[in-house]
Design a protein around this ligand. Sequence first.
Ligand SMILES: [Mg+2]
Ligand SMILES: [Zn+2]
Length: 186
Amino acid sequence: MLKFPAVFLDRDGTINEEVGYLNHLTRLRLIKGVGKALRALQERDVKLFVVTNQSGPARGYFPKELVEKINAEIKRRLRRQGVVIEEFFVCLHHPDEDCSCRKPKTGLLEQAFAKYPIDKNRAYVVGDRLIDVELAKNAGLKGILVLTGYGRGEMEYVLPYKSIKPDYIAEDLVDAVKFILTDLGV
Ligand SMILES: [Mg+2]
Ligand SMILES: [Zn+2]
């Protein structure tokens, strides 16, 4: 089967504004330009997925139904701009549970690889935390750090002490998409 290129997007701070725990639908704001940028990827046959750690419910902060509701709303708002998110892969575990899917562990990506014909040589992770870049590296993919959300702080205060290096540091998802399109040569 023909395998397709893919982008695994972090959710909070990458697609939508980082607000700490997104504990109510009224706090959901998509970051400017995200819909148009993702549409450009999709027009080049790049499939889009979301990979997100959501420990809020396990911490007792809000019900897990809210995570689903917010994901559905993100999906709906992007759909209105012509963007299809194939699937949201979510880790709902508490960090203490030591699951195999909480980023930077690769469980969520493995679920995606098992289900979809993805070309790992043309797959990217984009996120505002260095764990997103680590996730990419752990799975042998390219990792892009965006400077929205926690990104700028991660770059200034954490990255210098880490051995991992992003393949690209992008101002935001719009900039990350430009890099990906150039890198894919499409
Ligand atoms: Mg994030
Ligand atoms: Zn998990």
